[in-house]
Design a protein around this ligand. Structure first.
Ligand code: SF4
Length: 371
């Protein structure tokens, strides 16, 4: 048993959090995380059942396939039906759009290849030089370097293009703080994104919004330490950025990866599913690499329809306004096997995680919600 998973340590941290929370009177504290893996840790290990009733941890926009807009998926489907082989990750292939998912498109004959990494695409393209491949490149700061490094080192074959749908985490955090109807008293920041960006990136946000931002890892004790740190900062009125994931994250981050991102991409305003346009929140290929940008090679039509399916409340789930169980379709019409909305897909979607592991405040409450 790893010490970060030790139930005794985690329970002791729960007791400390409860003691601290009693010092803030009746005030409800809402701590937001922005990472599907953190939601997995919290739900899988029953973290919410260890927290006092006035401390809530909510899930923000931390699932890359969930925030990928309908328009980008429609573009991917169009390409796969019009002469290209569209390569992407398994989770992405199941996300619904107004034109169905990539998997349903494949069932209708579209050329879609599931890959584990961009390197798979390069290997396939070298093996099949007469096939035109498009890599649907999604994810946050963690996955963006993958394509960037290959571009910079000139290792991408001429029969590979990129459909970039990368998003950046800090602009989404800022957006949450600027929403008048969303209460966020502190952030738990994602350890893996921070390993690339460095925790220094959050310091201006902490200062401007006077809010605690605590970088933590993905074990249950990591998350509990993060909650404890946010509460301590609130009680002492000393909001700042703090790095508790020192075994992985540094102040400046991974300088090679950051340099690759800054060289290969331009930061652009981007659409987030359920949120809308977020300024300077996405990555598009830089002009230097225009020859690989499929959006510059093809005029790709999109329907322009609604981003969220009828009845689906993913927009509210992504913004941490509701829990999945508050959606009328949750675990009824919408299940991990048959997802209606993007949040029910994959290992990082909040609805999918809650459908598999619960994720609420106590066992009693979970049973009640199923009645
Ligand atoms: S349960 Fe399904 S329909 Fe409801 S918000 Fe989640 S993904 Fe959307």
């Amino acid at each position: 048993m790893k010490s970060y998973q030790d139930p005794g340590i985690v329970k002791k941290l729960g007791k400390k959090i409860t003691d601290l929370a009693s010092q803030i009177g009746g005030k409800k504290v809402k701590i937001c995380h922005v990472c599907g893996t953190h939601e997995y840790t919290i739900s899988h290990w029953g973290i919410r059942s260890l927290l006092p009733s006035n401390v809530e941890v909510i899930a923000g926009p931390g699932c890359p396939v969930c925030v990928c807009p309908n328009s980008d998926i429609e573009q991917a489907i169009w390409l796969a039906k019009n002469g290209y082989t569209l390569a992407t990750f398994g989770d992405m292939s199941r996300v619904p759009s107004n034109q169905g998912s990539l998997l349903t498109a494949r069932a209708e004959g579209a050329a879609i290849q599931i890959v584990y990494s961009f390197l798979d695409v390069i290997r396939l393209a070298k093996k099949n030089p007469s096939t035109q491949y498009v890599f649907f490149s999604i994810g946050f700061e963690t996955t963006a370097p993958m394509v960037a490094i290959e571009l910079i080192n000139n290792r991408i074959p001429s029969n590979v293009s990129i459909l970039s749908s990368h998003r950046l985490v800090p602009p989404a955090m800022k957006l949450l703080l600027e929403q008048p109807d969303i209460q966020v008293d502190g952030f738990i920041a994602p350890g893996h994104v921070s390993a690339i960006t460095g925790y220094g990136l959050y310091e201006p946000i902490s200062q401007e919004h006077q809010i605690p931002i605590v970088v933590v890892g993905f074990e249950p004790a990591d998350v509990m330490f993060g909650v404890l740190e946010v509460l301590q900062q609130l009680i002492h009125n000393q909001p700042r950025t703090e790095n508790l994931y020192t075994r992985v994250v540094s102040h400046k981050g991974n300088l090679k990866a950051l340099e690759a991102i800054n060289t290969a991409y331009s930061v652009v305003d981007s659409q987030w599913r359920g949120i809308g346009m977020v300024p300077k929140s996405g990555l598009e290929l830089a002009e230097t690499y225009a020859e690989y940008n499929i959006r510059l090679k093809e005029e790709i039509p999109v329907s322009g329809g609604s981003d969220i399916p009828k009845g689906c409340r993913c927009a509210d789930v992504i913004l941490g306004k509701i829990y999945p169980r508050d959606c009328g379709l949750f675990n009824k019409k919408c299940t991990p096997e048959n997802p209606v909305g993007p949040c029910m897909v994959g290992n990082e979607g909040t609805c999918s995680i809650h459908a598999k592991y619960g994720g609420y405040f106590s066992i009693d409450e979970d049973i009640e919600s199923e009645d």
